[in-house]
Every structure is written in C-alpha cells, then in structure tokens.
Design a protein around this ligand. Structure first.
Ligand code: FE2
Ligand code: FE2
Length: 279
C-alpha cells in the first residue's frame, strides 16, 4: 500500500470522503509493508522506526504541518453533532466559538515544522490520522453503550461497568471515571463525544445538557470546564480515558491494515483491545 491508500482506508472506515484538516501525509511513501504506530509519534519515535527498519510511522495526534495549523477547523464537526442532539444550529455555533478561537490562537504560535522536518531528513514516510480514528472510537463506544445500558434508571456506575468490559478500557492504566456526578446519579441519555478535534468547552457541554443529554462520555476534560459543568448542575461527565479511547479507533484501523497484509507494531499509548480471560 502507499500512504494515500492507507489514508483512504481510514476515511472509508470512518465514513468520510475527504481528509479532515487534522490529518495528513507529511512524508509520502510507496510500497509500505511495515508500520509503527502510536498515539504521539515525534522525532524520537522516527529514529526508533529507522532502527527497527519499518517503512512508515503513523501518529494519531497531529505532529505539526497543516494538520496542526488547521486543527481548529475540524471542531466545526461539533456543530453538526450538537444539531443532531437537538441543539439549535445558531446556539451550537455560538457555544463552540470561544474554544474554537482559543485553539486557533494556540496552534498559531507552535513550531509546526519540528517533527516533519525530522521525518524529511530521515527520509522516513510519516503521516498522522486523527479525526477518522476518533470517529471510529466514538461510533464503537456509542453503539456499545446503546446496547449495554438500556435501563432508563441506569446510573453512572452502570455506564462505567459497561465500559470496563471493553478490552481497551480494561487494559488501560487510566480507566473510565466520573468527573462530574456520582456513582448513584442517573445517567439519563448517554452521549459519546470523542471526535471533534478536542472538547468544545463549557458552553458546548451546557448546550448538550439543555437539549436533553444526561451524561457525556468523552476522552478528556480540562479542569476549568469540569468545574463549570459541576456548577451548572445539570448533567454528568464520564471521562473514559484518553489513551484507551484513542486506542479503540486505532486498534480497529490497525486490524484492517493487518488484513491488507501489513506488519504492524504499536507503541506510545496504544492499549490492547484483547480481553484476557481470568483463571
Ligand atoms: Fe483521538
Ligand atoms: Fe487523543
């Protein structure tokens, strides 16, 4: 496979027909037979890949280049997600604006060429695939919870227990936990939000809760947003865990690469999805 075909496979699995702004091929490569992938892959991992003799390095998170500079643009997807959950489109756009603008300002100052220049000097094919794999995580976890948590009086503990049956969460060191709410609190309508670039900030959480969502399951939440949602006193937040949640989409994509005959090695935060049977 070449790097474009590998990207296309991820897009197809996520139901996308264009490469999102937060993903891209930094150094293209042909005839790829072996891959080293991790959640964060930068210059040390590129050197390791050279040492291991692999043909391509894939990072999940953007590592510079256009995917970092244009990262904030993928947050637009959150408007569609809010509308789908029942938020009026005008309110969705305004709720997202402060955080989207903050992310744009932050990425603008970054050294966007650091890792990409290393990949070019090493002549190491290098790409990052972010949102497509987060969409796979989001769809997988939502479908799983829809099937497992059906009692209208289900509690946050029931949601956590269901998540812990998934291999990636069971095998993680940072497991699913409640960040707003308590074990016995009713979950209400459970919505998984894992693919919007990064979290949309306190107003986005509030918009979802006001539209009837009871519990948001996400990958991570900044402390100031957590405090604000706690003060709003409407809904709950379960942080499912960052590395484990990213791994859910990554593992499904890597299985597809293996099915295409590629040799795949993993590192840097990817937790196994295999549930070990107890004694
Ligand atoms: Fe992710
Ligand atoms: Fe992530």
């Amino acid at each position: 496979m070449n790097t474009r075909e590998i990207m296309d496979l991820a897009l197809q699995m996520a139901g996308l027909d264009e490469i999102p702004y937060d993903s891209g091929v930094i150094v293209p490569g042909d005839n790829i037979r072996s891959v080293l992938m991790g959640v964060d892959m930068a210059t040390p991992e590129l050197l390791l890949a050279k040492e291991l003799g692999v043909d391509l390095v894939i990072s999940h998170h953007p590592q510079g280049g256009e995917p970092s500079i244009h990262f904030h643009k993928v947050m637009e997807r959150q408007i569609e997600c809010m509308v789908k959950a029942g938020v009026p489109v005008n309110k969705a756009q305004k709720a997202l604006k402060p955080r989207r603008e903050r992310i744009e300002r932050d990425s603008h100052v970054s050294n966007y060429d650091r890792t990409g220049s290393a990949a070019r000097l090493l002549n190491m094919p290098f790409m990052n695939i972010h949102m497509p794999l987060d969409i796979i995580s989001e769809n997988t976890v939502q479908a799983y919870l829809d099937q497992r948590v059906t009692d209208p009086r289900a509690t946050l503990k029931d949601v956590i227990d269901a998540l812990m049956e998934m291999g990636e969460y069971r095998n993680a060191l940072a497991c699913p936990c409640i960040r707003v709410g308590a074990e016995k609190d009713y979950a209400g309508r459970v919505l998984v939000l894992m693919a919007g670039g990064t979290n949309g900030g306190e107003q986005v959480f509030k918009a979802y809760f006001e539209a009837g969502v009871g519990t948001i399951v996400c990958m991570h939440v900044p402390e100031e947003v957590r405090k604000a949602v706690q003060d709003q006193n409407i809904g709950n937040i379960i942080v499912a865990g960052h590395m484990a949640s990213d791994s859910i989409g990554i593992n499904r994509f890597l299985d597809a690469l293996r099915n295409n005959g590629l040799a795949v090695q993993t590192m840097s935060g990817i937790t196994s999805g295999i549930v070990e049977e107890g004694p």
